[in-house]
Design a protein around this ligand. Sequence first.
Ligand code: HEC
Length: 127
Amino acid sequence: MTRINRDRRAALMLALMSLALGACARHERQVLLPGGDDRRGRELIDRYGCGTCHVVPGTGSARGQVGPPLDGIAHRSYIGGTLPNTPDNMVLFIRQPQKVRPGSAMPDLGIPEHEARDVAAYLYTLK
Ligand code: HEC
């Protein structure tokens, strides 16, 4: 390989890497803005009993082991292993897990959209 080709390849790699980093940064910003009230969300998590099935740090709930622990959910790439982790998808999953993953052990709990946004806001504080 000639030297020019090597330099071009290095430049291309750098360009691709900065693109990938840019995409991560954008994703991060989006994740931090679910548009809800995280303090209310924490109360709602207790009220809806999410802790019967999940470990949810910072809440007074039980420490259920039916579903995955929700610590670090802010940085998980996928919700339920299928949905890209964006605020809108998080709200959708919290409201209608059976629609997203039919047959999932997580039941639809009848959570209205504005409350699901608060719950999502709290979940995104779990890093
Ligand atoms: C009856 C048990 C049960 C209850 C109650 C429950 N979940 Fe779940 N949850 C699950 C299970 C099981 C999964 C795994 C679902 C799957 O992958 O299909 C899950 C998955 C999730 C996920 C995705 C986790 C990941 O790592 O991808 C989130 C977020 C979540 N639940 C939030 C909640 C919230 C918020 C509540 C309360 C409003 C709640 N869950 C109540 C059982 C439950």
